[in-house]
Ligand binder design. Structure first.
Ligand SMILES: Nc1ncnc2c1ncn2[C@@H]1O[C@H](COP(=O)(O)OP(=O)(O)O)[C@@H](O)[C@H]1O
Ligand SMILES: [Mg+2]
Length: 254
C-alpha cells in the first residue's frame, strides 16, 4: 500500500496511481474541513461511510446511464476510479434555500426554491471558490458552451435520481455539489463524466420528519454527532447495518 505512488492529497481524499493506466485509487480520509480549511477535525469513521455512500450513489447513477468515474470499491476506505481531467468547476444544484443562497438573497433556510437552480463556482481554494457565470467559464476556457449544457443536463438528472432515492429513505435533498471530468476516447474525443464523490460531505440532507441536518453542516455549525448522522444516512439507504458495520448486502459487493 505504501509503495503506491501518491498523485494528490486533498482535504478529504488521497489519490494514488491505480493498478492499470488511466485508473486511480481514491482513499477516503477521516479529515473534515470547512470554511476553506479554516476549520478542521478528524471524524473517526467518516471516510469509511463516505466511501460506501459514494459507491452506492455512483453505482446507481452508472446503472441509469449517467456516466461516472467510478469503477469499483476496493476496500473499506478505497475505490478504483477512472483518471479524468477535472473541469475546474464545482456545480451546485439547489432545491431548497440553505447556506450561501439563503444568505445572498435573504431567503429563509428551508424555503423551497421556485425551481431547481444550477450554479457554477470556480474550483480554487486560494480564491475561496468564487461563483462564476457562463461568460467567465467560456472566456477563461474552463469549459465550452456544450460542456456547460451537458453539465446542467447531467446535474439535473442526478438531482431527479437522488431526490427520489433520498425521499425513499425519509431524507430531503436540499442541495449538493458535483465535479465533472473529461475522459478521452481512442480518437482523443473528450466525454464528460461525473467525478469526485457524492456523500454527506457534498450534499445537504435533512430528515423529512424533523428537518434535522444529516450532513456536513453538523460539522460546520458545531451541531455534534456528525459521523452518527452520516451512519444514519447509510443505514437508511440500506448500506450499513444498524451497528454501523459495513453490510455485505447486494450493493456492497461489486
Ligand atoms: N477521477 C478523478 N480523476 C482525477 N482527479 C479527481 C478524480 N476524482 C476527483 N478528483 C480530484 O481529486 C481531488 C479529491 O480530493 P479531495 O480531498 O476531495 O480534494 P479537495 O481538497 O480539492 O476537495 C479533488 O481535487 C478532485 O477534483
Ligand atoms: Mg473535495
Amino acid at each position: 500500500m505504501s509503495r503506491r505512488k501518491k498523485i494528490y492529497e486533498g482535504k478529504a481524499k488521497i489519490l494514488y496511481e491505480g493498478p492499470e493506466p488511466g485508473t486511480l485509487v481514491a482513499h477516503f480520509k477521516d479529515d473534515a474541513t470547512a470554511f476553506n480549511n479554516k476549520k478542521h477535525a478528524t471524524l473517526e469513521g467518516k471516510g469509511v461511510l463516505n466511501n460506501r455512500i459514494s459507491e452506492f450513489i455512483m453505482t446507481h447513477l452508472n446503472n441509469i446511464g449517467v456516466p461516472t468515474h467510478f469503477i469499483r470499491r476496493l476496500n473499506m476506505r478505497e475505490q478504483l476510479v477512472r483518471e479524468v481531467e477535472i473541469v475546474p468547476l464545482e456545480v451546485v444544484v439547489r432545491n431548497v434555500a440553505a447556506g450561501s443562497i439563503a444568505k445572498r438573497f435573504g431567503l429563509e433556510e428551508g424555503e423551497p426554491l421556485p425551481r431547481s437552480i444550477v450554479e457554477f463556482y470556480y474550483k480554487n481554494d486560494a480564491l475561496e471558490d468564487p461563483m462564476v457565470s457562463e461568460e467567465h467559464i467560456t472566456a477563461f476556457n474552463w469549459a465550452t458552451t456544450q460542456d456547460i449544457d451537458d453539465m446542467i443536463a447531467l446535474s439535473l438528472r442526478v438531482n431527479d435520481f437522488m431526490s427520489g432515492l433520498f425521499a425513499g429513505a425519509g431524507i430531503r435533498l436540499i442541495d449538493f455539489k458535483l465535479e465533472f471530468g473529461r475522459l478521452y476516447d481512442q480518437n482523443d474525443i473528450p466525454r464528460l463524466v461525473l467525478a469526485d464523490e457524492i456523500s454527506p460531505d457534498s450534499c445537504r440532507l435533512w430528515d423529512m420528519a424533523t428537518n434535522e441536518k444529516m450532513d456536513k453542516d453538523r460539522f460546520r455549525r458545531d451541531l455534534g454527532n456528525v459521523t452518527e448522522a452520516y451512519a444514519e444516512v447509510a443505514r437508511r439507504l440500506g448500506i450499513m447495518k444498524e451497528s454501523g458495520q459495513a453490510s455485505d448486502g447486494p450493493e456492497a459487493v461489486k
